[in-house]
Design a protein around this ligand. Structure first.
Ligand SMILES: [Zn+2]
Ligand SMILES: [Zn+2]
Length: 265
Protein backbone atom coordinates (compact mmCIF):
# COMPACT_ATOMS: atom_id res chain seq x y z
CA UNK A 1 0.00 0.00 0.00
CA UNK A 2 1.26 3.44 -0.87
CA UNK A 3 0.01 6.56 0.90
CA UNK A 4 0.84 9.90 -0.67
CA UNK A 5 0.18 13.25 0.98
CA UNK A 6 -1.53 15.56 -1.51
CA UNK A 7 -2.39 18.19 1.09
CA UNK A 8 -1.80 18.47 4.82
CA UNK A 9 -2.83 22.05 5.65
CA UNK A 10 -5.39 22.74 8.37
CA UNK A 11 -8.49 24.79 7.44
CA UNK A 12 -6.37 27.40 5.66
CA UNK A 13 -3.94 26.45 2.97
CA UNK A 14 -0.15 26.55 3.15
CA UNK A 15 1.65 28.58 0.53
CA UNK A 16 1.18 26.54 -2.67
CA UNK A 17 -0.41 23.84 -0.50
CA UNK A 18 -3.72 22.07 -0.16
CA UNK A 19 -5.99 21.13 2.72
CA UNK A 20 -6.56 17.48 3.63
CA UNK A 21 -6.06 14.95 0.86
CA UNK A 22 -4.27 11.58 0.89
CA UNK A 23 -3.96 9.24 -2.08
CA UNK A 24 -3.92 5.55 -1.13
CA UNK A 25 -2.94 3.02 -3.80
CA UNK A 26 -2.56 -0.73 -4.09
CA UNK A 27 -2.55 -2.99 -7.14
CA UNK A 28 -3.66 -0.19 -9.46
CA UNK A 29 -6.63 0.73 -7.25
CA UNK A 30 -6.68 4.38 -6.14
CA UNK A 31 -8.55 5.75 -3.16
CA UNK A 32 -8.61 9.43 -2.29
CA UNK A 33 -9.03 10.00 1.43
CA UNK A 34 -10.43 13.55 1.90
CA UNK A 35 -10.83 16.15 -0.83
CA UNK A 36 -10.18 19.53 0.78
CA UNK A 37 -9.55 22.80 -0.99
CA UNK A 38 -6.59 22.59 -3.33
CA UNK A 39 -6.59 18.77 -3.49
CA UNK A 40 -8.06 18.39 -7.00
CA UNK A 41 -5.11 20.15 -8.64
CA UNK A 42 -2.63 18.18 -6.53
CA UNK A 43 -4.36 14.93 -7.51
CA UNK A 44 -4.06 15.85 -11.19
CA UNK A 45 -0.29 16.18 -10.75
CA UNK A 46 -0.15 12.48 -9.83
CA UNK A 47 -2.88 10.76 -11.82
CA UNK A 48 -5.70 11.24 -14.28
CA UNK A 49 -8.73 12.21 -12.21
CA UNK A 50 -11.09 10.03 -14.30
CA UNK A 51 -9.14 6.96 -13.15
CA UNK A 52 -9.85 7.44 -9.44
CA UNK A 53 -11.74 4.46 -8.03
CA UNK A 54 -13.13 5.89 -4.81
CA UNK A 55 -13.10 8.88 -2.50
CA UNK A 56 -13.75 8.57 1.23
CA UNK A 57 -14.59 11.57 3.42
CA UNK A 58 -14.11 11.57 7.20
CA UNK A 59 -16.31 14.58 7.96
CA UNK A 60 -18.06 17.39 6.14
CA UNK A 61 -15.91 20.41 6.87
CA UNK A 62 -14.80 22.58 3.95
CA UNK A 63 -11.12 21.71 4.33
CA UNK A 64 -12.00 18.02 3.82
CA UNK A 65 -14.67 18.34 1.11
CA UNK A 66 -14.45 21.61 -0.81
CA UNK A 67 -12.63 20.27 -3.88
CA UNK A 68 -15.45 17.79 -4.44
CA UNK A 69 -16.98 20.82 -6.17
CA UNK A 70 -14.37 21.42 -8.91
CA UNK A 71 -13.93 17.64 -9.16
CA UNK A 72 -17.67 17.32 -9.82
CA UNK A 73 -17.59 20.08 -12.42
CA UNK A 74 -14.77 18.24 -14.20
CA UNK A 75 -16.63 14.91 -14.16
CA UNK A 76 -19.77 16.67 -15.45
CA UNK A 77 -18.45 19.12 -18.01
CA UNK A 78 -14.99 18.02 -19.15
CA UNK A 79 -14.93 17.47 -22.95
CA UNK A 80 -13.98 13.82 -22.69
CA UNK A 81 -16.91 13.06 -20.38
CA UNK A 82 -19.48 14.05 -23.02
CA UNK A 83 -21.64 11.54 -24.98
CA UNK A 84 -20.72 13.17 -28.28
CA UNK A 85 -17.26 13.78 -29.78
CA UNK A 86 -15.60 16.98 -28.59
CA UNK A 87 -12.30 17.08 -30.50
CA UNK A 88 -9.84 15.71 -29.68
CA UNK A 89 -12.02 13.49 -27.45
CA UNK A 90 -14.10 10.75 -29.12
CA UNK A 91 -17.13 10.97 -26.80
CA UNK A 92 -18.21 8.28 -24.35
CA UNK A 93 -21.31 6.41 -23.28
CA UNK A 94 -19.66 5.54 -19.98
CA UNK A 95 -18.22 8.70 -18.41
CA UNK A 96 -16.06 8.19 -15.34
CA UNK A 97 -18.06 8.23 -12.13
CA UNK A 98 -15.80 7.43 -9.15
CA UNK A 99 -17.44 6.17 -5.98
CA UNK A 100 -17.86 8.76 -3.25
CA UNK A 101 -18.31 7.57 0.32
CA UNK A 102 -19.63 10.34 2.56
CA UNK A 103 -20.28 10.13 6.29
CA UNK A 104 -23.89 9.84 7.50
CA UNK A 105 -25.68 13.10 6.66
CA UNK A 106 -23.01 14.01 4.13
CA UNK A 107 -25.27 13.94 1.08
CA UNK A 108 -27.57 16.49 2.69
CA UNK A 109 -24.61 18.72 3.53
CA UNK A 110 -23.30 18.63 -0.03
CA UNK A 111 -26.78 19.23 -1.44
CA UNK A 112 -27.31 22.18 0.92
CA UNK A 113 -24.02 23.78 -0.09
CA UNK A 114 -24.64 23.17 -3.78
CA UNK A 115 -28.23 24.46 -3.52
CA UNK A 116 -26.86 27.80 -2.36
CA UNK A 117 -24.65 27.74 -5.44
CA UNK A 118 -27.51 26.81 -7.81
CA UNK A 119 -26.66 23.18 -8.64
CA UNK A 120 -28.12 21.04 -5.82
CA UNK A 121 -27.36 17.60 -7.32
CA UNK A 122 -23.96 18.38 -8.86
CA UNK A 123 -21.84 16.25 -6.52
CA UNK A 124 -24.21 13.29 -6.19
CA UNK A 125 -24.66 13.11 -9.97
CA UNK A 126 -20.97 13.50 -10.81
CA UNK A 127 -19.86 10.76 -8.40
CA UNK A 128 -21.52 7.46 -7.55
CA UNK A 129 -22.34 8.87 -4.15
CA UNK A 130 -23.40 7.02 -1.00
CA UNK A 131 -23.21 7.46 2.75
CA UNK A 132 -21.27 4.81 4.63
CA UNK A 133 -22.42 3.01 7.74
CA UNK A 134 -19.70 3.75 10.32
CA UNK A 135 -20.43 0.42 12.00
CA UNK A 136 -19.77 -1.55 8.81
CA UNK A 137 -16.63 -2.43 6.82
CA UNK A 138 -16.35 -0.98 3.32
CA UNK A 139 -14.73 -3.31 0.80
CA UNK A 140 -13.06 -1.12 -1.82
CA UNK A 141 -10.86 -3.02 -4.28
CA UNK A 142 -7.90 -4.38 -2.30
CA UNK A 143 -8.84 -2.34 0.79
CA UNK A 144 -10.95 -2.93 3.85
CA UNK A 145 -12.05 0.42 5.28
CA UNK A 146 -13.39 0.85 8.80
CA UNK A 147 -14.52 3.86 10.80
CA UNK A 148 -14.61 5.08 14.39
CA UNK A 149 -16.46 8.16 15.62
CA UNK A 150 -14.15 10.78 17.14
CA UNK A 151 -15.10 14.02 18.94
CA UNK A 152 -15.07 17.08 16.68
CA UNK A 153 -17.35 20.05 15.96
CA UNK A 154 -19.43 17.96 13.53
CA UNK A 155 -19.78 14.15 13.29
CA UNK A 156 -16.33 12.89 12.30
CA UNK A 157 -14.82 9.45 11.80
CA UNK A 158 -11.28 8.18 12.07
CA UNK A 159 -10.56 5.87 9.14
CA UNK A 160 -8.65 2.58 9.05
CA UNK A 161 -7.48 1.26 5.68
CA UNK A 162 -6.11 -2.28 5.57
CA UNK A 163 -4.55 -3.80 2.46
CA UNK A 164 -5.85 -7.29 1.79
CA UNK A 165 -2.72 -7.80 -0.34
CA UNK A 166 0.00 -7.02 2.19
CA UNK A 167 -1.93 -6.74 5.47
CA UNK A 168 -0.52 -3.20 5.87
CA UNK A 169 -2.65 -1.11 8.19
CA UNK A 170 -2.98 2.67 7.89
CA UNK A 171 -5.02 4.68 10.40
CA UNK A 172 -6.03 8.29 9.88
CA UNK A 173 -7.41 10.14 12.87
CA UNK A 174 -9.49 12.77 11.03
CA UNK A 175 -9.92 15.98 13.07
CA UNK A 176 -10.53 15.36 16.76
CA UNK A 177 -10.16 16.45 20.36
CA UNK A 178 -8.11 14.19 22.66
CA UNK A 179 -10.04 10.93 23.04
CA UNK A 180 -9.72 7.28 24.01
CA UNK A 181 -11.51 5.89 20.97
CA UNK A 182 -8.78 7.08 18.62
CA UNK A 183 -6.06 5.51 20.78
CA UNK A 184 -7.88 2.17 20.77
CA UNK A 185 -8.73 2.37 17.07
CA UNK A 186 -5.15 3.17 16.02
CA UNK A 187 -3.60 0.60 18.33
CA UNK A 188 -0.65 -1.15 16.69
CA UNK A 189 -1.11 0.48 13.26
CA UNK A 190 1.79 0.36 10.81
CA UNK A 191 1.26 4.00 9.91
CA UNK A 192 -0.77 6.57 11.85
CA UNK A 193 -1.65 10.03 10.54
CA UNK A 194 -2.69 12.16 13.51
CA UNK A 195 -3.75 15.77 13.43
CA UNK A 196 -1.71 18.37 15.32
CA UNK A 197 -3.66 21.50 14.49
CA UNK A 198 -3.19 23.59 17.60
CA UNK A 199 -0.17 25.49 18.90
CA UNK A 200 -2.00 25.42 22.26
CA UNK A 201 -5.32 23.94 23.47
CA UNK A 202 -8.53 25.84 22.68
CA UNK A 203 -9.04 28.40 25.42
CA UNK A 204 -12.86 28.45 25.32
CA UNK A 205 -15.74 26.25 24.22
CA UNK A 206 -15.62 22.56 23.35
CA UNK A 207 -12.37 21.02 22.20
CA UNK A 208 -12.10 19.80 18.61
CA UNK A 209 -8.41 19.46 17.81
CA UNK A 210 -5.06 18.28 19.17
CA UNK A 211 -1.81 19.99 19.99
CA UNK A 212 1.43 18.37 18.85
CA UNK A 213 2.06 17.18 22.43
CA UNK A 214 -1.41 15.62 22.57
CA UNK A 215 -0.84 14.00 19.19
CA UNK A 216 2.42 12.51 20.49
CA UNK A 217 0.59 11.22 23.55
CA UNK A 218 -1.96 9.45 21.31
CA UNK A 219 0.91 7.97 19.28
CA UNK A 220 2.59 6.58 22.41
CA UNK A 221 -0.57 5.14 23.88
CA UNK A 222 -1.65 3.59 20.57
CA UNK A 223 1.76 1.92 20.24
CA UNK A 224 1.89 2.41 16.48
CA UNK A 225 4.98 1.63 14.40
CA UNK A 226 5.28 5.04 12.80
CA UNK A 227 3.37 8.32 13.01
CA UNK A 228 2.95 11.48 10.98
CA UNK A 229 1.63 14.78 12.35
CA UNK A 230 -0.76 16.31 9.87
CA UNK A 231 -3.42 19.06 9.55
CA UNK A 232 -0.66 21.45 10.60
CA UNK A 233 0.03 24.91 9.21
CA UNK A 234 3.23 26.09 7.55
CA UNK A 235 2.91 29.02 9.95
CA UNK A 236 3.89 26.75 12.82
CA UNK A 237 7.54 26.03 13.49
CA UNK A 238 7.90 22.37 12.45
CA UNK A 239 10.95 21.91 14.67
CA UNK A 240 9.04 23.00 17.77
CA UNK A 241 5.97 20.92 16.87
CA UNK A 242 8.13 17.87 16.26
CA UNK A 243 9.97 18.36 19.56
CA UNK A 244 6.71 18.58 21.47
CA UNK A 245 5.30 15.46 19.82
CA UNK A 246 8.54 13.53 20.22
CA UNK A 247 8.66 14.34 23.95
CA UNK A 248 5.34 12.58 24.49
CA UNK A 249 5.56 9.87 21.83
CA UNK A 250 7.59 7.46 23.98
CA UNK A 251 10.30 6.75 21.42
CA UNK A 252 7.95 6.00 18.51
CA UNK A 253 9.22 7.69 15.33
CA UNK A 254 7.18 10.78 14.49
CA UNK A 255 7.45 12.99 11.40
CA UNK A 256 5.73 16.14 10.22
CA UNK A 257 3.58 15.77 7.12
CA UNK A 258 5.09 17.25 3.98
CA UNK A 259 3.20 17.65 0.71
CA UNK A 260 4.10 14.92 -1.80
CA UNK A 261 5.64 12.63 0.83
CA UNK A 262 5.09 8.96 0.01
CA UNK A 263 4.77 6.15 2.55
CA UNK A 264 4.90 2.46 1.70
CA UNK A 265 3.57 -0.23 3.97
ZN1 LIG B 1 -12.86 19.51 10.82
ZN1 LIG C 1 -9.87 19.89 9.07
Amino acid sequence: MRVRILGKSPAWQDVDGACSGYLVEEDGYTLLLECGNGVFGKLRAHMDYVDLDACVISHCHADHTLDLVPYSYALSFAPRQQPVPVPPWPGTDTPARPRLHLPPGGEKVMRTVMTAWGMPALVEQAFASAEYDPEATLHLGPFEVRFRAVPHFVPAYAVEIVSTVTGGRFVYGSDCAPNEDLVEFASGADLFFVEATLPRPERAGPRGHLTAAEAGEAVRRAGVARAVLTHISDEEDPVVALERATETAGGIPVEIAVADALYEL
